[in-house]
Design a protein around this ligand. Structure first.
Ligand code: DHB
Ligand code: FE
Length: 278
């Protein structure tokens, strides 16, 4: 049977792609951010996951306001990246795992999640940059299954619903009849707001509390409505829903192996956590 080896949660910001393209990892602005990934990459080299389920929010590349699924699961053999207008280099396609995709899709529908199934799917910076950070350059052998949660157009799914989605993903993986190691990645957040009067808003106190609670008391965050989360973390800070979903996939007791918090990266409070089933 397949096994979830752990969950990694991280922020995603387009500027990271530019920093990678220009090899700025040692630059004083970037070093505290990139150094946070060293222990996680070491862990990945040890546990060698075969597949990554990547929970992220698309920002208008694959889904636009005319058609916006609440939850969408990729079921393609390959996922192409494309120009989002940030001036980032377009990356080579990412290899899918259609067997795991359909295992997720069938389990989620069976558990009454009304998902959208995507046999073609473009992946944006929220998918590509965390993978580049975790498996830089030539080292990327991992297969991928993208899972999108809408954080772009209201109404958004609640924190409780996203956590339950993650739990259902965890059960789907554990029931997958394959000798495979699966890592779950959640990308987004932490606090940031890109537009309006509060542009540049960051809430360190809330972020650190959220990170503190996530491993051992993930339901703490589900007390907040989406509007509460917008107030506390910013309009784009609601991307932290991906962290809750990724944490939900760890079905046992959870321990934290690594965490890093650094503000700001571009307009965003960047956070990173590595959690394992204890
Ligand atoms: C930024 C952050 C994001 O989450 C995003 O999707 C785009 C930009 C930023 O801080 O610049
Ligand atoms: Fe984003």
């Amino acid at each position: 049977m397949a096994r979830i080896v752990g969950a990694i949660t991280t922020s995603h910001v387009p500027a990271i792609g530019r920093a990678i393209a220009r090899s700025l990892q040692q630059d004083p602005y970037w070093k505290p951010f990139f150094d946070g990934f060293i222990p996680v990459r070491k862990w990945l080299k040890q546990v060698k996951p075969d597949v990554a389920i990547v929970l992220y929010n698309d920002h208008g590349l694959n889904f636009f306001l005319d058609k916006m699924p609440t939850f969408a699961v990729g079921a393609a053999a390959q996922y192409h990246n494309a120009d989002e207008g940030w001036g980032l280099p377009t990356l080579a396609p990412f290899t899918g795992d259609q067997d795991l995709s359909w295992q997720l899709i069938e389990t989620l529908v069976d558990e009454e999640f009304d998902i959208t199934t995507c046999q073609e799917m473009l992946v944006d910076h929220a998918f590509t940059l965390p993978i580049e950070l975790l498996w830089p350059g030539q080292q990327r052998h991992v297969r991928t299954v993208p899972v999108c949660i809408n954080t772009v157009q209201f109404p958004l799914p609640s924190a409780a619903r996203c956590f339950k989605l993650g739990q259902a993903i965890g059960r789907a993986v554990e029931a997958w009849d394959a000798d495979e190691r699966v890592v779950v990645i959640g990308t987004g957040g932490l606090s940031h707001q890109l537009d309006g009067k509060r542009a540049g808003f960051i809430n360190k106190e809330f972020d650190l509390m959220f990170m503190d609670k996530l491993p051992t008391d993930p339901l703490w965050a589900t007390r907040y409505s989406i509007l509460d989360l917008v107030e506390l973390a910013g309009t784009q800070g609601v991307e932290l829903l991906m962290w809750l979903a990724a944490r939900g996939a760890l079905l046992g007791e959870v321990s934290t192996l690594h965490s890093n918090y650094h503000i700001p990266i571009s307009n965003t409070a960047s956070g990173l956590m590595l959690m394992e089933n204890a």
